[in-house]
Design a protein around this ligand. Sequence first.
Ligand code: B12
Length: 208
Amino acid sequence: MSELSAAMKELDEGLILELVRKDAASGRNPLEIIGDLNRGVVGVGELYESGEYFVSQLMFAAEILNEVMDILEPVLAKSGAAESAGTVVIGTVAGDVHDIGKNIVGTLLKGSGYRVVDLGVDVPTAKFVEAVEAHRPKVLGLSALLSFTYPEMKAVVEALKAKGLRDEVRVVIGGAPVNDEVRAYAGADLWAPTAMDTVAFANKVCAA
Ligand code: B12
């Protein structure tokens, strides 16, 4: 585990911000920095599951990541294409407020030149449909980390069908416990286990 991953796992805010600033200034690829942080966050999740960390520590991890993203977004923006590669709408489905992974996905997409319309968390089905109607994205990203919110993803896909919008947009789903079975259940086009899969998928869809 790198020093940055370990600092993330230990929630050493000062050291994390110092290392990220240093790495970013030295020209280290921001995607590698995010990779290190991701490994640390997985460690945070494990400590939570084993009872060593509590919800307050998870919230703190999310706060630290938001601060880190404030540092990395301009770096990612500089490395992205100047013109918009296309529009992507993302959001976390109704009933679910997890947003760390979704925010990473949004940041990476922005860094790759996409216009990202982030609807936030706990987004009702109707709001996803309105956003697809208004922004006509080629890709819609749905995030869900709670198993009981999987029906919400299916509901969004069904609502797009009912409005005749389903053929216009590719639906990609993500979030730690999601898998290809959930994708099939929801009627989505792709399950993206990592943020980079989302970017690769958007690149493929938008280039077509
Ligand atoms: C942090 C965290 C929280 C934080 C969230 C803070 C925040 N702002 O997001 C807080 C404390 C609020 C929280 C609350 C709860 N949580 Co919680 N939480 C987690 C935890 C530890 C880490 C999740 C995380 O951020 N991971 C880091 C990110 C980077 O990873 P990621 O989300 O997987 O994202 C990557 C990919 O999945 C993908 N991706 C993610 N989103 C998207 C979106 C798109 C469009 C795409 C394409 C890809 C993509 O790309 C990302 C980057 O590579 C997980 C444990 C775990 N192992 O995942 C539990 C976990 C998700 N939580 C869980 C639970 C049960 C809850 C609560 C119900 C707890 C409670 N009893 O109150 C509440 C629910 C609140 C709600 N209504 O949403 C369970 C869910 C179980 C299940 N399968 O249903 C988990 C799995 C823990 C567990 N094992 O019990 N939680």
